[in-house]
Write a protein that binds this ligand. Sequence first.
Ligand code: 4IP
Ligand code: ADP
Length: 313
Amino acid sequence: VLTSSLTQHHSCDTHQGVYPNIIHVMYIEILQLSYVCLILLVFTGSFHVGDYGTLLKRFCEGEQQCYLRLMEDSLRPFVPAYHGVVQRDEQDYNMMDNLLTHFNTPAIMDCKMGTRTYLEEELVIARERPQPRKDMYEKMVAVDPEAPTVQERAQQAVLKTRYMQWRETLSSTTTLGFRIEGFRKADEECHTNFKRTKSREQVIEALDNFVDSNTTILVSGTFSEPRLKQLRQVLEASDFFKSHEVVGSSLLFVHDWTGSTGVWMIDFGKTAALPSHLMLDHRTPWEEGNREDGYLWGLDNLIDILSNMLPLT
Ligand SMILES: O=P(O)(O)O[C@H]1[C@H](O)[C@@H](OP(=O)(O)O)[C@H](OP(=O)(O)O)[C@@H](OP(=O)(O)O)[C@H]1O
Ligand SMILES: Nc1ncnc2c1ncn2[C@@H]1O[C@H](COP(=O)(O)OP(=O)(O)O)[C@@H](O)[C@H]1O
């Protein structure tokens, strides 16, 4: 079972083929609004712009299953609408709403939620059939030359789970249950230098930068502390959320100069359905076997941080 489900996740590898995981910048043309918008994207050839305000993401069966269930769940308003599978140049894509369509030169921020960024099954496979990776070793030493162990240095390679755990503890993933992956403000370059953004103070500084110190954005509108509290309530009651291990999923925050704002859940490539006897509360600390992901604990912390950033009335 483990092997077959991992195979399924491997088929979700949207980073195939090109320099894995180098963050690139990609222009996406939003056709209906006739402007070109620069968005932050892990560009691997896995996204295309579709017609009528849609976005095509390289097909992943696990992600398709999630979107199909989410379209029937109370979480539907918080995820991009899903429109099925389409083919381009013999490649299948999941078609979903492009969330930026109704914004005008938006600022966007991607926050990866949860305390764990790899699946439990990846840990099992890493033990049974370890495959140390040179690309991850290189990414590690680029950030901290002292990070690899003596053995890793000798191999010039690290296991993926070890790399992911190192990224978690270096950033706020372990301490706060979420991390800022990157953001881009209107007409500015992408800010992706958050690998070491770990403390509450560092996170607040980054969030403040993202909203240009305009904390009124955090008070009202669809990207605000009340809206996140609403999302939390819906998550706590959602059948989908109870029955899935949600790993590597992000909250996408968007705002623009007209005052439009929004927040959505995206990226369900590593969201896995649980066996029927298991249900998660998404707050209990993870121990191998319990499948907990810390998503709601991270959202609690994010809400708390935003609350503290609100202007005093
Ligand atoms: O952010 P950096 O430090 O570059 O590390 C990346 C991210 O964790 C990716 O997760 P996400 O896609 O959620 O951003 C992950 O993809 P997976 O989704 O495949 O785990 C990559 O694994 P590889 O694709 O195996 O390299 C890993 O190298
Ligand atoms: N539906 C969407 N609408 C607009 N932008 C999106 C949408 N989905 C993803 N993106 C953009 O693409 C980036 C990568 O998306 P994600 O689903 O996390 O891909 P990956 O699985 O390759 O990491 C996000 O940070 C966001 O900027």
